[in-house]
Design a protein around this ligand. Structure first.
Ligand code: AMP
Length: 106
């Protein structure tokens, strides 16, 4: 493979630093380096899927796993409510082509 790993894969592999909030066998959660809210986390699958357009049925459990994690993360950050965002494709404002969920709360 010639394709370079995404910046998030480099974080997962500890090649570059990040503020890691949570990690398990399927995903990692980091603080966004340029927060748009008091709490701004990125939930990132360890599998490097470029965009939601690239999901396959085998990713069903992985995506469900990350969804179930959201309320737990929010509670651990003392949030009473939160918003999520998944930018998809260049036209959708995506900058890092490795699927991630933004969790935002104040
Ligand atoms: P998106 O437009 O959804 O692809 O957003 C990518 C997000 O990743 C942006 O909110 C960036 O601030 C964030 N980001 C980029 N590089 C890093 C990094 N090294 N550590 C933490 N967050 C990052």
């Amino acid at each position: 493979m010639n394709a370079e790993s995404s910046i998030f894969t480099k974080i997962i592999e500890r090649q570059i630093p990040a503020s890691i909030v949570y990690e398990d066998e399927k995903c990692i959660v980091i603080k966004d380096i340029n927060p748009k809210a008091r709490v701004h986390l990125l939930i990132i699958p360890k599998k490097e899927i470029p965009t939601l357009f690239d999901l396959t049925p085998e990713d069903r459990d992985l995506m469900g796993h990350m969804m179930l994690l959201l309320p737990q993360l929010a509670q651990s950050q003392n949030l009473e409510g939160f918003k999520i965002q998944i930018n998809t494709g260049e036209a959708g404002g995506q900058e890092v082509f490795h699927v991630h969920i933004h969790l935002l709360g104040n």
